[in-house]
Design a protein around this ligand. Structure first.
Ligand code: NI
Ligand code: MN
Length: 221
Protein backbone atom coordinates (compact mmCIF):
# COMPACT_ATOMS: atom_id res chain seq x y z
CA UNK A 1 0.00 0.00 0.00
CA UNK A 2 1.30 3.41 -0.93
CA UNK A 3 0.01 6.27 1.19
CA UNK A 4 -0.35 9.57 -0.69
CA UNK A 5 -0.24 12.75 1.32
CA UNK A 6 -0.96 16.17 -0.24
CA UNK A 7 1.22 18.68 1.58
CA UNK A 8 -0.06 21.57 -0.54
CA UNK A 9 0.62 23.38 -3.85
CA UNK A 10 2.52 20.68 -5.83
CA UNK A 11 4.11 19.01 -2.80
CA UNK A 12 3.29 15.37 -2.08
CA UNK A 13 4.66 12.67 0.17
CA UNK A 14 4.38 9.02 -0.89
CA UNK A 15 4.95 6.50 1.89
CA UNK A 16 5.53 2.77 1.58
CA UNK A 17 6.13 0.34 4.45
CA UNK A 18 9.04 2.14 6.00
CA UNK A 19 10.19 4.83 3.58
CA UNK A 20 8.87 8.13 2.33
CA UNK A 21 9.67 10.16 -0.75
CA UNK A 22 8.59 13.71 -1.36
CA UNK A 23 7.99 15.64 -4.57
CA UNK A 24 8.27 19.41 -5.10
CA UNK A 25 8.73 19.96 -1.36
CA UNK A 26 7.34 23.41 -0.68
CA UNK A 27 6.62 22.17 2.83
CA UNK A 28 6.64 25.69 4.28
CA UNK A 29 3.15 26.09 2.81
CA UNK A 30 1.65 23.74 5.40
CA UNK A 31 2.46 24.29 9.05
CA UNK A 32 0.68 21.04 9.96
CA UNK A 33 3.17 19.00 7.95
CA UNK A 34 6.41 18.13 9.69
CA UNK A 35 8.93 16.28 7.54
CA UNK A 36 10.87 15.38 10.66
CA UNK A 37 8.22 12.71 11.39
CA UNK A 38 8.84 10.93 8.08
CA UNK A 39 11.65 8.62 7.02
CA UNK A 40 12.38 10.52 3.80
CA UNK A 41 15.04 8.87 1.65
CA UNK A 42 14.45 10.62 -1.66
CA UNK A 43 13.31 14.03 -2.85
CA UNK A 44 12.16 14.82 -6.39
CA UNK A 45 12.05 18.26 -7.97
CA UNK A 46 10.16 18.75 -11.26
CA UNK A 47 11.71 22.12 -12.16
CA UNK A 48 13.68 25.05 -10.78
CA UNK A 49 10.88 27.47 -9.87
CA UNK A 50 11.05 28.21 -6.16
CA UNK A 51 7.49 27.02 -5.51
CA UNK A 52 8.74 23.54 -6.54
CA UNK A 53 12.28 23.42 -5.13
CA UNK A 54 10.79 24.59 -1.86
CA UNK A 55 12.80 23.35 1.12
CA UNK A 56 14.50 20.51 -0.82
CA UNK A 57 18.02 21.40 0.33
CA UNK A 58 17.09 21.79 3.99
CA UNK A 59 15.21 18.46 4.02
CA UNK A 60 17.94 16.62 2.10
CA UNK A 61 20.55 17.70 4.63
CA UNK A 62 18.40 17.03 7.69
CA UNK A 63 17.30 13.59 6.47
CA UNK A 64 20.47 12.62 4.59
CA UNK A 65 18.12 12.16 1.60
CA UNK A 66 19.02 12.43 -2.08
CA UNK A 67 17.49 14.98 -4.44
CA UNK A 68 16.82 13.61 -7.93
CA UNK A 69 16.41 16.22 -10.66
CA UNK A 70 17.64 17.22 -14.12
CA UNK A 71 21.39 18.02 -14.23
CA UNK A 72 21.00 21.81 -14.03
CA UNK A 73 19.02 21.56 -10.77
CA UNK A 74 21.11 18.71 -9.34
CA UNK A 75 24.27 20.76 -9.89
CA UNK A 76 22.86 23.90 -8.28
CA UNK A 77 21.44 22.12 -5.23
CA UNK A 78 24.60 20.02 -4.95
CA UNK A 79 26.54 23.25 -4.61
CA UNK A 80 24.46 23.89 -1.49
CA UNK A 81 25.78 20.61 -0.09
CA UNK A 82 22.70 18.50 -0.69
CA UNK A 83 23.16 14.94 -1.98
CA UNK A 84 21.89 14.87 -5.54
CA UNK A 85 21.33 12.54 -8.43
CA UNK A 86 21.21 14.03 -11.95
CA UNK A 87 18.91 12.34 -14.44
CA UNK A 88 17.60 12.93 -17.93
CA UNK A 89 14.35 12.01 -19.63
CA UNK A 90 12.99 8.71 -20.79
CA UNK A 91 14.58 5.86 -18.88
CA UNK A 92 13.58 4.01 -15.75
CA UNK A 93 15.62 5.15 -12.75
CA UNK A 94 15.72 2.50 -10.04
CA UNK A 95 15.48 2.89 -6.26
CA UNK A 96 15.08 0.30 -3.55
CA UNK A 97 11.41 1.34 -3.13
CA UNK A 98 10.51 1.44 -6.86
CA UNK A 99 11.39 3.33 -10.01
CA UNK A 100 10.64 6.59 -11.82
CA UNK A 101 10.80 8.13 -15.28
CA UNK A 102 11.39 11.81 -15.90
CA UNK A 103 9.41 13.11 -18.87
CA UNK A 104 9.53 16.56 -20.47
CA UNK A 105 6.88 19.06 -19.34
CA UNK A 106 5.91 22.10 -21.40
CA UNK A 107 6.90 24.86 -19.03
CA UNK A 108 9.81 27.21 -18.32
CA UNK A 109 12.37 26.48 -15.62
CA UNK A 110 14.62 29.08 -14.04
CA UNK A 111 16.10 29.72 -10.63
CA UNK A 112 15.15 32.81 -8.63
CA UNK A 113 18.18 34.67 -10.00
CA UNK A 114 16.91 34.08 -13.54
CA UNK A 115 19.51 31.46 -14.47
CA UNK A 116 18.52 28.44 -16.54
CA UNK A 117 17.06 25.47 -14.69
CA UNK A 118 17.10 22.93 -17.52
CA UNK A 119 13.98 21.46 -19.08
CA UNK A 120 10.96 21.23 -16.76
CA UNK A 121 9.78 17.71 -15.98
CA UNK A 122 6.78 15.60 -15.18
CA UNK A 123 7.65 12.48 -13.20
CA UNK A 124 6.06 9.06 -13.40
CA UNK A 125 6.48 6.98 -10.23
CA UNK A 126 6.15 3.21 -10.10
CA UNK A 127 5.92 2.25 -6.44
CA UNK A 128 4.88 -1.27 -5.51
CA UNK A 129 3.10 -1.55 -8.85
CA UNK A 130 1.14 1.68 -8.37
CA UNK A 131 1.83 4.21 -11.11
CA UNK A 132 1.52 7.82 -10.08
CA UNK A 133 1.99 10.58 -12.64
CA UNK A 134 3.07 13.92 -11.12
CA UNK A 135 2.64 16.40 -13.96
CA UNK A 136 4.72 19.19 -12.40
CA UNK A 137 3.84 22.47 -14.09
CA UNK A 138 2.78 21.86 -17.66
CA UNK A 139 0.18 22.66 -20.26
CA UNK A 140 -1.87 19.91 -21.82
CA UNK A 141 0.06 18.16 -24.58
CA UNK A 142 -0.68 15.20 -26.77
CA UNK A 143 2.17 13.08 -25.34
CA UNK A 144 -0.25 12.32 -22.50
CA UNK A 145 -1.90 9.89 -24.93
CA UNK A 146 1.42 8.13 -25.39
CA UNK A 147 1.98 8.02 -21.63
CA UNK A 148 -1.32 6.14 -21.32
CA UNK A 149 -0.15 3.60 -23.87
CA UNK A 150 3.36 3.26 -22.45
CA UNK A 151 2.90 3.64 -18.71
CA UNK A 152 -0.79 3.16 -17.82
CA UNK A 153 -0.79 5.57 -14.87
CA UNK A 154 -3.29 4.71 -12.10
CA UNK A 155 -3.26 8.10 -10.45
CA UNK A 156 -2.61 11.51 -12.03
CA UNK A 157 -1.60 14.56 -10.00
CA UNK A 158 -2.57 17.45 -12.26
CA UNK A 159 -2.25 21.22 -11.95
CA UNK A 160 -5.63 22.93 -12.37
CA UNK A 161 -4.92 26.54 -11.37
CA UNK A 162 -4.24 27.89 -14.87
CA UNK A 163 -2.21 31.01 -15.66
CA UNK A 164 1.14 29.15 -15.47
CA UNK A 165 -0.16 25.65 -16.19
CA UNK A 166 -3.22 23.88 -17.51
CA UNK A 167 -6.54 24.91 -16.03
CA UNK A 168 -9.63 22.97 -14.98
CA UNK A 169 -10.89 22.33 -18.51
CA UNK A 170 -7.52 21.20 -19.82
CA UNK A 171 -6.85 19.03 -16.77
CA UNK A 172 -10.08 17.15 -17.48
CA UNK A 173 -8.81 16.35 -20.98
CA UNK A 174 -5.39 15.45 -19.54
CA UNK A 175 -7.01 12.94 -17.18
CA UNK A 176 -8.84 11.37 -20.10
CA UNK A 177 -5.73 11.18 -22.29
CA UNK A 178 -3.65 9.70 -19.47
CA UNK A 179 -6.34 7.14 -18.74
CA UNK A 180 -5.79 7.47 -15.00
CA UNK A 181 -8.77 6.24 -12.99
CA UNK A 182 -8.03 8.67 -10.15
CA UNK A 183 -7.07 12.30 -10.39
CA UNK A 184 -5.80 14.52 -7.61
CA UNK A 185 -5.80 18.25 -8.44
CA UNK A 186 -2.85 20.42 -7.38
CA UNK A 187 -1.25 23.82 -8.01
CA UNK A 188 -4.40 25.87 -7.38
CA UNK A 189 -5.68 28.49 -4.91
CA UNK A 190 -2.21 28.97 -3.41
CA UNK A 191 -1.55 32.25 -5.27
CA UNK A 192 -4.08 34.86 -6.46
CA UNK A 193 -3.30 34.05 -10.13
CA UNK A 194 -4.13 30.37 -9.81
CA UNK A 195 -7.65 30.29 -8.40
CA UNK A 196 -9.61 27.28 -9.64
CA UNK A 197 -13.31 26.40 -9.67
CA UNK A 198 -13.34 23.03 -7.91
CA UNK A 199 -17.08 22.54 -8.37
CA UNK A 200 -16.68 22.89 -12.11
CA UNK A 201 -13.72 20.51 -12.04
CA UNK A 202 -15.73 17.86 -10.17
CA UNK A 203 -18.68 18.26 -12.55
CA UNK A 204 -16.53 17.91 -15.65
CA UNK A 205 -14.70 14.93 -14.16
CA UNK A 206 -17.99 13.12 -13.52
CA UNK A 207 -18.78 13.27 -17.21
CA UNK A 208 -15.33 11.83 -17.77
CA UNK A 209 -16.03 8.87 -15.47
CA UNK A 210 -12.83 9.53 -13.56
CA UNK A 211 -12.61 9.45 -9.80
CA UNK A 212 -11.59 12.83 -8.52
CA UNK A 213 -9.93 12.93 -5.15
CA UNK A 214 -9.64 16.36 -3.60
CA UNK A 215 -7.09 16.23 -0.83
CA UNK A 216 -7.18 19.03 1.69
CA UNK A 217 -3.72 19.95 3.01
CA UNK A 218 -5.45 21.32 6.13
CA UNK A 219 -6.51 17.78 7.04
CA UNK A 220 -3.05 16.30 6.77
CA UNK A 221 -2.16 13.76 9.44
NI1 NI B 1 6.71 26.54 -12.53
MN1 MN C 1 4.61 26.35 -10.13
Amino acid sequence: MVDIKYIGHSAFEFTTKEKSIIVDPLVSINEKYDYKNSNITDIFVTHAHSDHIGQAVEIAKEKDATITAVPEIAKRLGEQEAKTRAVGFGSWINYDWGRVIFLPAHHTSSFDDGSYGGVAASILFDIEGLRIFHAGDTCLHSEFKTYKELYRPNIALLPIGGNYTMDVEHAVVAADWLGAKTVIPMHYNTFPEIQADLTKFLQLMQVNNTQCCILNPEEIK
